[in-house]
Design a protein around this ligand. Sequence first.
Ligand code: NI
Length: 216
Amino acid sequence: MKLYAPFTRPLRLAIFLPMAILKIARMGHPVLKARAAEVEDPTAPEVRALVADMLETLADIDGAGLAAPQVHVPRRVVIFRVPAERVTEREDDSPLGLTALINPVIEPLSNEIERGWEGCLSVPGMMGEVPRHAEVRYSGFDLDGRPIQRSAVGFHARVVQHECDHLDGLLYPMRMEDLTRFGFETEMRRLIRDEAAAAAEAREAAELERETPAVA
Ligand code: NI
């Protein structure tokens, strides 16, 4: 078993050689704990080959994002997308096709923290509620070496923070404040459902109370 496979392979020409679905490192593996190294040349063919394999791997598992350390490559490369169904009602939020970001840097744009549910391909079968910055600005480079700079809210902000954490050896459970809201996906989905039902019931009760005339 060889680590960091894509960087030890000979240079590949994407046209002639097939892409590959990569093996995902799971929580506990050393590659997920280390700080990933900067990419010296974002336009290098091996970076393009790595991103192509990451895209194929992500498509295969239908995820929203993936970081290079998750496929055993300790380099500062992430890919992510914002599916239409995850876009919030904010006017500054919109869907985003797959983006590859090299050497990303994130800065929060406000002190606002949002809690939201996350899963991770390296923590399979689990879900947790994670506090994240509600608004961020991020920058980095694309595969042609062009700078990327965007601001993000909602799921967009969350997925970028989640993926970039992987580059610093952080998995989402390490960001959690309340581990009672971490568990198996089926159990957490039940919790979310039950809480939504309880909240709806409370809203209904409050409404009923408002409509009932006060009796002196
Ligand atoms: Ni992850």
